[in-house]
Design a binder for this molecule. Structure first.
Ligand code: IMP
Ligand code: MG
Length: 173
């Protein structure tokens, strides 16, 4: 274990097992519809690739990245790198590393809806409902957590720890 890790929340195996379950549920729900997975760089990429391999129907994938306006309202974000392709008429699954306050997801859902997606659903690796400020429909999730800051499996602290295979709480200074 790395020196800054306080405790492991979910092991690689536990994450893998939940992703397999979600992959089956998503495959079932979208079995007649071509699905596009959309993830936000960089945190959600690890979850997206694992999830995509657990889904048994053909899927497209696309990415965007967002940046927040420094020093301003934390929920205020803008698209820094946009999707490569239009999404009009498509069934979209927004893949999130963690839905915390819900502000980021709400912004993204509104943006995607305005582009004429046929349907929008959300799949979150982690769902921290205790900190929610705005309602977000989380259709699929691996785990609900109520912990302090979590790193690993794509989640960072100051850009570090994304490459951990597990989800952990770090020692804060
Ligand atoms: P929200 O807009 O408050 O829902 O926050 C979503 C974003 O905040 C996530 O995509 C993460 O980048 C970041 N975030 C929230 N909680 C954590 C955490 O515990 N660890 C790492 N990043 C987090
Ligand atoms: Mg982050």
């Amino acid at each position: 274990m790395q020196p800054h890790i306080e405790r492991i929340l979910y092991t690689e195996e536990q994450i893998h097992d939940r992703i397999q379950v979600l992959g089956r549920e998503i495959s079932e729900k979208f079995r007649d519809r071509p699905l596009k997975l959309i993830a936000v760089l960089k945190g959600s990429v690890f979850f997206l690739t694992a999830l995509a391999r657990a889904i048994q129907i053909p899927v497209k994938i696309d990415f965007l990245s967002i940046s927040s306006f420094a020093g301003q309202n934390p929920g205020l974000v803008r698209i820094a790198k946009d999707l490569d392709d239009p999404i009009e008429g498509e069934d979209i699954l927004l893949v999130e590393d963690i839905v915390d306050t819900g502000l980021t997801s709400r912004y993204l859902l509104r943006t995607l809806a305005a582009r004429g997606a046929n349907s929008l659903a959300v799949c979150a690796m982690l769902d921290r409902t205790s900190r929610r400020l705005v309602q977000v429909p989380v259709d699929f999730r691996c785990f609900e957590i109520d912990d302090a800051f979590v790193v690993g499996f794509g989640l960072d602290h100051r850009q570090l720890y994304r490459n951990l295979g597990y989800l952990a709480v770090i020692k804060r200074d």
